[in-house]
Design a protein around this ligand. Structure first.
Ligand code: ARG
Length: 470
């Protein structure tokens, strides 16, 4: 008996349709323009699915072999640029399946047994994101390493620490760099945590309800390197939480890079002049010949917005969606791809640029000496001589006012003038009024004393050496 086949079925789902899809609707609903990026994951998932179908006896071993070989060949075609993606075939899944049927004939039609594009696409995107997250973590760790190395080398370099962007207290430049490192360390932790929820396999959920075939989901999950399988078919085909989590972690990471960027932009300005960025990370102006602009940090600062945009796209995409799969979900891909690319590019630029920073150590030291940055040290000195902290605060405030009137820093005031402000002050006060003394005195865990900074750099490097993604 042959099956009725009285019209050309260009579409893999064309059976129940009596007229062709409107040309514009076809283009409007197609995702092949962007989801072709998932071809490798799609083929990998299909190969595991086909092998499993043979294992459980739904297709024969021979059929599975033909399918697997066909899929491998198609992977080769795509990589050589020999597969012309067709909008008529809507998405990457149906393009590959149709190509398979073209290549190997009717046996190719058995691949989609017990599967739907709904669990297929959810599987593909999880495989894609697992790979992307691993690459992002690697690049973030390369940047962390650069920060740790520079921090260790610059542990003794003194710079002004700021609050309210006003000079506050002297800090080690290395301490500042390690602050950036610690921000990134949390970002990596968040990504590692997100990866756990990415690495769950939805395949086997089929369209929404599961399937009547005795699929061995655990076997497929193991083949594909998933940590486990989803437990609810409705949730599995509609869940996009893992993408939203990724985009949240990505947004926070970009927010951190934007803060670093902002500081690099400030520090390279003539007014701060704390650091130089090598010419290869900067560009000039087409009109002002003297300009050297910190484009890389500026651009990274700007790109932060598009990653936040992706997060909001996905949150809004998923808001109020009824279970299970809805076509809306096709819109999940472009924002995620864009965020992955933006993160990879930004991290790469930073990881290349950070080790090339040239600190202007003298200029930083000079800036740290200004703005009464050791005023707190003077107050602490008085406390050690028995003055209550609040009274010491008041006394130092008077000293700062006096120095301001004199147009000099605290350390420049003659001893007699300091003694006129407080009888507790003696000659050794000048030891605590130096920026190095101030920095070295903050010798407690988490403090800016150069020896603490070096120890923290060593520990952070050891943690990086020990870290493995999986
Ligand atoms: N291109 C679709 C997507 O990206 C694949 C799943 C389509 N499923 C469906 N029932 N139309 O989401």
């Amino acid at each position: 008996m042959t099956d009725r086949d009285d019209k050309p079925a260009a579409k893999l789902w064309g059976g129940r349709f009596s007229e062709p899809t409107d040309a514009f609707v076809e283009a409007f609903t197609a995702s092949i323009g962007f989801d072709q990026r998932l071809y490798d994951e799609d083929i990998t998932g299909s190969i595991a699915h086909a092998r499993m179908l043979a294992r459980v006896g739904v297709i024969t071993e021979d059929e599975a072999k033909k399918i697997v070989r066909g899929l491998e060949d198609i992977r080769g075609d795509i990589e050589r640029g020999d597969l012309a993606w067709s909008v008529e075939l809507e998405d990457v899944h149906m393009n590959i399946e149709a190509r398979l049927i073209d290549r190997i004939g009717d046996v190719g039609k058995k691949l989609h047994t017990g599967r739907s594009r709904n669990d297929q696409v959810a599987t593909d995107i999880r495989l894609f994101m697992r790979r992307a997250v691993d690459a992002i973590i690697e690049e973030a760790n390369r940047l962390r390493r650069g920060l740790v190395d520079l921090a260790e080398a610059e542990a003794e370099t003194v710079m002004p620490g700021f609050t309210h962007l006003q000079v506050a207290q002297p800090v080690s430049f290395g301490h500042h760099l390690l602050a950036w490192h610690d921000m990134l360390e949390r970002d990596v932790e968040r990504l590692i945590d997100t990866r756990k929820r990415i690495n769950i396999m939805p395949l086997g959920s089929a369209a929404l309800a599961g399937t009547s075939y005795p699929l061995d989901r655990d076997w497929v999950a193991n083949e594909l390197g998933f940590d486990g399988i989803s437990e609810n078919s409705l949730d599995a085909v509609s869940d996009r939480d893992f993408q939203i989590e990724f985009l949240s972690a990505a947004s926070i990471l970009m927010m951190h890079l934007s803060r670093m960027s902002e500081e690099l932009v400030l520090w390279t300005s003539a007014q701060f002049n704390f650091i130089e960025l090598p010419d290869r990370f900067c560009t000039g102006s087409s009109i002002m010949p003297q300009k050297k602009n910190p484009d890389v940090p500026e651009l990274v600062r700007g790109k932060t917005g598009r990653v936040y945009g992706s997060l909001f796209s996905l949150l809004t995409l998923m808001k109020s969606q009824p279970l299970a799969y809805n076509k809306d979900n096709q819109e999940d891909k472009e924002p995620v791809f864009d965020a992955v690319d933006t993160l990879m590019g930004s991290l790469r630029a930073f990881a290349d640029m950070i080790p090339a920073i040239e600190p202007n150590r003298e200029r930083m030291r000079e800036a740290a000496r200004q703005g009464f940055s050791t005023a707190t040290d003077l107050a602490d000195y008085l406390v050690r001589r028995g003055v209550a902290f609040r009274d010491a605060h008041e006394i130092v405030g008077k000293a700062v006012r006096h120095a301001t009137e004199q147009g000099c820093d605290l350390a420049d005031l003659p001893l007699v003038e300091l003694q006129a402000i407080s009888g507790h002050i003696e000659k050794d006060v000048f030891d605590v009024l130096t920026v190095d003394g101030s920095m070295a005195a903050r010798d407690l865990p988490g403090g800016t004393a150069p020896k603490r900074v070096r120890a923290r750099a060593v520990a952070a490097r050891a943690a990086l050496d020990a870290s493995k993604i999986v």
